[in-house]
Ligand binder design. Sequence first.
Ligand SMILES: Nc1nc2c(ncn2[C@@H]2O[C@H](COP(=O)(O)OP(=O)(O)OP(=O)(O)O)[C@@H](O)[C@H]2O)c(=O)[nH]1
Ligand SMILES: [Mg+2]
Length: 379
Amino acid sequence: MPYGQVVTGPPGSGKTTYCHGLSQYLTLLSRSCHLINFDPGCDPTTFMSETVDVTFDIRKIVDLNNVMGKGWGPNGGLQWCFEYIAHNAEEVMKRVKESVIKKEREKIERIENISKEGKKELERFSDEEIFQACYLIVDFPGQVELYTHSESSSTILSHLTKPIQKGGHIGLNVVNVNLVDSTSIFDAGRFISTCLTTLMSCIRLSLPVVNVLTKVDLLRNQEAVFDIEFFASCDNLNPLLQYLEHGSVEESGEYADDEDFQKARQKVKDSIFYKRHKELTEGIVEVIEDYGLVNFKLLCVSDAALMGRVVAECDKVNGYVYTREEYATDDNKVNAMFKAAVKSDGFNGRQKELEDVRERYIMKNKVVENEEEDPNPKR
Ligand SMILES: Nc1nc2c(ncn2[C@@H]2O[C@H](COP(=O)(O)OP(=O)(O)OP(=O)(O)O)[C@@H](O)[C@H]2O)c(=O)[nH]1
Ligand SMILES: [Mg+2]
C-alpha cells in the first residue's frame, strides 16, 4: 500500500507551503513524492513565483472559479465542489492513481546514465508495483466547515484510504497533518478555539493525526503569556482562562493605575455575560483536556531539523516506519520503529525540539532586542 499525508488546517495556516516544502524534503530522502491538490480554489502550480510540479490537480475535474460563476459564493461554492468530489469519489481516485503512475513512467523514461538492461528492468515493474512505492501529499482546502459540518470530506478520505482488497483504488496509509498558525498562542481565546476546532476535526475525520503549530519563526515578534512548551503540550489549559478578555494583562499593564479603567473592568467581570462566558470556556477547556488528543509538533517550513521531526512523527503514525527499507537497513524493524519513536516524541526528542525553537526563534530575538536597548554593550 502506498503511504502519504493529508494536509488540513484553517485558511492561511501554511498547508500549501508545507506540502511544497515536504515534497522537496522527501525527494532529498529519495522518496517518490507526488503532490495531489484537492483544493478546488487553489492554483498549486505557481507557488511563490516558482513553478511547482503537481501530479494531480482536482481543478481539472471541478474548479471553484467555474462554480462561482454559476451563482455560488466562495464558501458555498467550495462546499458544492466537495460534495461533487465526494459524489464522484471513485472516478476521482482512479484518475489520481492514473496520474501518479503516468508521472512515474515518465520519470523512468527520463532516467539517464543507466544501461538499457537496467531501464528495461525498471520498465518491467507493473503499474500496481510502481504505485505502491509512491508517497502522496494531499493538499486540502482550509474552510473548517468542510470538516466540522459536512460529511463530504470524510467520504473523500474514506475512498482515499479504502484498501484495494476491499475494492478501493488507492488504499493510502495515511496520516492527517493538521496545521495551525502558531501566532494563535498570543491570544488566549483564539488558542482555546483553535484547540477546539483541532479536536473537532480529529474526531470528524477519524484518521491518525499529527497536529502542528506552523510559522514558529513568527513567534519572535511578540511575547506569549506562557512558554512554548505550555502551548505545544496542551496538558493543562486552565491557566489561560485568566487571560480571556485581556483582563489580567491590562490590569497589570499601562492602565494599572487608572481608576476609571479598573472600575469598568470590575463591572465587566461582575456581569452575568462575563461569568457565563468564563464558565462556558472552562467547560470547553475541560472537554479538550478530557479527550487528550490535542498537542502540537512545532514547525517553521524552512527549518530542516523541525521538518525532519514532523516527518519522523508522521512516519510512525501512518506506519511508514514499519515497512519501508530506509528505516530497516542493518537493524531489525523493531529497532527502526524504536528509533523513529524516540526521534519524534521521546522525552529527549521533545525537549530538544522545544529547546531548538526557543533558541532559534524565541530567545534569539530577545538577545537582539536587548542589544538594541543597551547603548553600551559590555561585550
Ligand atoms: N514566516 C512563515 N510564513 C509561512 C510559513 N509557512 C507558510 N507561511 C506563509 O503563510 C502564508 C499562507 O501560506 P499558504 O501555504 O498559502 O497557506 P494555506 O494554508 O495553504 O492557505 P489556504 O489554502 O488559503 O487555506 C504564505 O504567505 C506563506 O508564505 C512559515 O513556516 N513561516
Ligand atoms: Mg493552500
